[in-house]
Design a binder for this molecule. Structure first.
Ligand SMILES: NC(=O)c1ccc[n+]([C@@H]2O[C@H](COP(=O)([O-])OP(=O)(O)OC[C@H]3O[C@@H](n4cnc5c(N)ncnc54)[C@H](O)[C@@H]3O)[C@@H](O)[C@H]2O)c1
Ligand SMILES: O=P(O)(O)OC[C@H]1O[C@H](O[C@H]2[C@H](O)[C@@H](O)[C@@H](O)O[C@@H]2CO)[C@H](O)[C@@H](O)[C@@H]1O
Ligand SMILES: [Mn+2]
Length: 455
């Protein structure tokens, strides 16, 4: 088995120690020659990197090289895989994405609704720049992106790099949900074969099988309806916010019993309820700053101070394992099935071809080979088309510097709907993102630009 050279981009992320533990756990499936960390924030990366260096020395002695850098050339030269997990604007801007819509009575969430637009218009530019730079130094590398909002980033990358078939956008949410299904069924997640369709953070499981082909869907549904639903992945099992979110699956399944919903649908199906339960001074970003970020930084500080992982609470999580198994299937032509984000091209036959959809695909060294979904029923088609139009308009707004497209996007979003509210939120987001967003011009300014170009 050829050993891989991996670069982790955005290595100062709170997910990196979990990713390293998962790489250690999965070393037989995805053996590595080298790991390089890259981040624009040297200090944030160094803390995580120094701890990971100790973890790797103890638990991955066969790894030939580990180093961290802020030089793109050093980081991106001759890599086989790039795992990209950046957060433009950091958690501080995430907090604004959540607070601004809430202050107008709308859902305040990282990837859903106006917050997703705020985050998307920040992520796109950095992501395009990074892909160009990775390609400059490693034209053949697989680029696995899980930078959020994955739906908007995937659409932007589809447009910016139409010929590049080695960029794959992925989300871990379907896998985290499957960990809970596996627990209900007393099986391993890797024994399950899903049928699923939708957009990122906006989809449904239609069926769940085991590898022998037994249909387990009703067993899962009955369990959820009778006993409820809880997170089981180590990263979120004890997190009150995730527990609340998973519990909502029972409500969604009771109201819409046909398919098993992605947890993120709660924001689109019950927006008023979600808003009424939020505290604007303690949104999810604040909880993460005081929770996961602090915990990960303390963990790293402890390992660095002791010079050993002894006594450190280190865990493997589904986020890391999922990304790594996806990479392994691409690298070694395993043909395993994973839910990933790909261009529709007829997979969902009654949805436009150029939608970036989230569906199961067989992953080979030629890329993802998605399975046909066929026609989807009216309710899901309607929901998806509204959300898709929103996502496409956000990306239009980015590439065309068009204020009106952004306004149309927010007005279409199920979590907003009301045009004056959309305008107020948009104007506040523009003010908050002045250092990050492209300039959005109103119709009159765009028309003047056009006239000047013609002259
Ligand atoms: N797709 C999924 O299902 C999934 C799951 C988990 C996390 N995520 C995403 O992973 C990312 C990381 O999340 P986090 O909470 O750990 O954030 P974080 O802020 O802790 O880490 C992100 C890191 O990226 C760095 N960074 C920012 N811009 C950069 C750039 N242009 N180049 C290189 N590095 C840059 C930051 O300095 C930081 O160290 C986010 O985009 C998050 O939404 C996605
Ligand atoms: O609010 P956060 O920062 O805790 O989570 C936001 C992310 O939520 C999903 O990822 C889950 C993942 O599904 C689970 O397996 C585990 O690893 O925790 C993650 C969150 O902590 C979602 O898929 C991501 O896109 C979000 O970034
Ligand atoms: Mn996700």
């Amino acid at each position: 088995m050829k050993k891989q050279n991996l670069v982790v981009v955005g290595a100062g992320s709170t997910y990196t120690p979990g990713m390293i533990m998962s790489l250690i756990e999965e070393k037989k499936n995805f053996p590595l020659k080298s790991i390089t960390f890259y981040d624009t924030n040297a200090e944030r990366q160094e803390k995580v990197a120094k701890a990971c260096e100790i973890i790797l020395k103890e638990k991955y002695p066969e790894l030939e090289s580990f180093h961290y850098t802020i030089s793109k050339e050093e980081a991106f030269t001759d890599v086989d895989f790039a795992f990209v997990q950046i957060r433009t604007g950091g958690l501080a801007m995430r907090e604004k994405d959540e607070q601004i819509p809430l202050s107008h009575g709308c859902v305040g969430q990282e990837t859903c609704g106006p917050g997703g637009m705020g985050y998307g218009l920040r992520s796109i530019g950095d992501m395009i720049q990074l892909i160009k730079e990775i390609r400059q130094y490693s034209p053949e590398a697989w680029i696995l992106n899980y930078t959020n909002p994955a739906a908007i980033v995937a659409e932007a990358l589809r447009r910016a790099f139409p010929e590049d078939k080695k960029i794959l956008n992925i989300c871990d949410m379907p896998a985290a949900i499957m960990v809970s299904y596996a627990s209900i069924l007393k099986k391993e997640i890797w024994d399950l074969v899903p049928e699923y369709f939708g957009l990122n953070h906006f989809g449904w499981f239609t069926k769940m099988y085991d590898k022998e082909g037994n249909d387990l869907t009703d067993e899962i549904k009955n369990h959820i309806l009778n006993k409820g639903f809880l997170p089981e992945d180590s990263e979120i099992v004890n997190d009150p916010s995730w527990i609340k979110t998973f519990k909502q699956v029972k409500t969604m399944l009771t109201d819409f019993p046909e398919y098993l919903p992605n947890t993120y649908l709660q924001y689109y199906l019950y927006p008023s309820d979600m808003v009424s339960k939020e505290d604007v001074s303690n949104t999810r970003a604040r909880q993460v700053i005081n929770g996961r970020e602090q915990r990960v930084h303390q963990l790293c500080d402890g390992i660095i101070a002791n010079g050993t992982t002894e006594g450190a609470h280190l865990e493997v999580d589904i986020h890391g394992c999922y990304m790594i198994r996806v990479a392994a299937s691409l690298a070694y032509n395993n043909g395993d099935i994973f839910i990933v984000i790909v261009e529709n091209n007829g997979i969902i036959s009654n949805l436009q071809d150029d939608a970036m959809v989230e569906v199961p695909a067989m992953l080979t060294n030629r890329g993802p080979k998605p399975f046909a979904v066929g026609k989807i029923p009216t309710f899901y088609k309607g929901m998806i088309e509204g959300q898709l139009a929103y996502e496409k308009l956000v990306v239009d707004a980015y590439f065309e510097n068009d204020y009106n497209k952004a306004l149309q996007a927010l007005t279409l979003n199920r979590t907003v709907v009301d045009a004056p509210v959309a305008r107020n939120i948009l104007d506040d987001l523009i003010a908050a993102n002045e250092n990050y967003w492209p300039e959005l011009k109103k119709e009159r300014e765009l028309a003047t630009d056009k006239d000047l170009t013609l002259v």
